[in-house]
Design a protein around this ligand. Structure first.
Ligand code: SF4
Length: 362
């Protein structure tokens, strides 16, 4: 390191201090870890399908699961979903404040309402009073695509400012009835607008922020666009909960969110698979192998690192930093444990040996 190099340190600035709220057993903001959220894609009124998806999300590590409450059937099913869920459920309500009241009755841990479409401010006040009675926090979820018409003009020239103003106005409505148990989200499908809005809001308020790029897109594009916006904000200490919104299986949202948080040094306890991109030297099917290893390793305890390398050029080097390393040679495969060459096996044995070696990491 030359004398001009900055000192090594954490990638992210210290977390911005926010007031803490609690959704069921999960603390949000105020020094709590950045929480990972997702949302079910099933009809909430279909108990079996929704319960199953909540279980899958919880198994993947999701800490808060949002379900839409959009009709009587959903409202009727909600009490059973709450009763059988081992993660706090967040009710997502649009248009009809009576659905929010029903969700509170059902015992949800948090409400998300969209000020752009929930109706009059009297409705917002009524929901806030009911939430206060139950000790349930509310997220004011402002979306660029459904801003209240009072912000439309501002949004034409200053979309981030319109998002911030909408959130601040809504918080004021809640504060006027003594309700402060709140979080906000300022979402847009444009990652740049999300960054600007969240930064501006963070400079003005200690309310915890839920981050997300809304309608981010399909698995690859949506993950990339979400991570682009969120990693900037998280590195600045902004963000208390996150959701990567994908047009795909929501379990991928959770996996991607934890990979991002781990890469930024904000969460621990998630296995990481190092895999080479392959090239003309490759001696095994690294793409298939890495996918298999990732599936086998996903519930390993601690921050395990497993490297899957297609040849011996970088294989031993990567294996040195890994708990388990694989480097393929022309006819044999070298297996490393904690940086030391452990054994050399035939290629045909690789899959069986991998399962055994990953099991040993438990
Ligand atoms: S480890 Fe080998 S196969 Fe993989 S990219 Fe590097 S040189 Fe190519």
């Amino acid at each position: 390191m030359n004398s001009d190099s900055p000192p090594a340190g954490p990638v992210c600035a210290p977390r911005r201090p926010t007031r803490q709220i609690t959704a069921g057993k999960v603390t949000i903001g105020g020094g709590a870890p950045v929480r990972v959220q997702s949302m079910t894609t099933t009809k909430t009124g279909d108990f079996e399908a929704t319960h199953q998806q909540i279980k899958e999300l919880a198994t993947a590590g999701c800490e808060l699961v949002r379900v839409t409450v959009n009709d009587d059937e959903a409202a009727r099913t909600l009490p059973a979903l709450v009763a059988f869920s081992n993660v706090p459920l967040v009710a997502d309500v649009h248009y009809d404040h009576k659905m929010a009241l029903a969700a509170l009755e059902a015992g949800v841990a948090k409400l998300r309402i969209n000020p752009g479409n929930i109706g009059s401010r009297d409705h917002v006040r009524e929901v806030a009073r009911a939430a206060a009675d139950k000790g349930v926090p509310i997220r004011i979820g402002v979306n660029r695509g459904s801003l209240h018409r009072r912000y439309e003009e501002q949004a034409k020239t200053d979309p981030a400012g319109a998002l911030v103003q909408s959130a601040l106005d809504e918080l004021e409505v809640l504060a006027a009835v003594g309700f402060h148990d709140v979080a906000v989200s300022l979402k847009s499908s444009d990652p740049g607008e999300v960054v600007q809005a969240c930064r501006r809001f963070a400079a003005l308020s200690d309310v915890p922020q839920h981050l997300g790029v809304t309608e981010a897109g399909t698995l690859l594009a949506g993950t990339t666009r979400s991570v682009a916006a969120m990693s900037v904000l998280l590195a600045e200490g902004i963000g208390d909960t996150i959701r990567i919104s994908l047009a795909d299986d929501p379990v991928h949202e959770v996996t991607a969110a934890f990979h991002m948080l781990q890469a930024l040094g904000l969460r621990e306890g998630y296995a990481r698979v190092v895999a080479c991109p392959t090239c003309g030297r490759v001696e095994v099917d690294v793409v298939a192998l890495a996918a298999k290893v990732e599936a086998l390793a996903k519930d390993l305890p601690g921050d395990r690192v497993i490297s899957v390398m297609g040849c011996i050029v970088n294989g031993p080097g990567e294996a040195k930093a890994a708990d388990l390393g694989i480097a393929a040679g022309r006819s044999k495969v070298a297996i490393y444990r904690k940086g030391e060459l452990h054994r050399t096996i035939e290629k045909s044995e690789l899959e069986t040996v991998l399962v055994e070696e990953i099991e040993r990491l438990r």
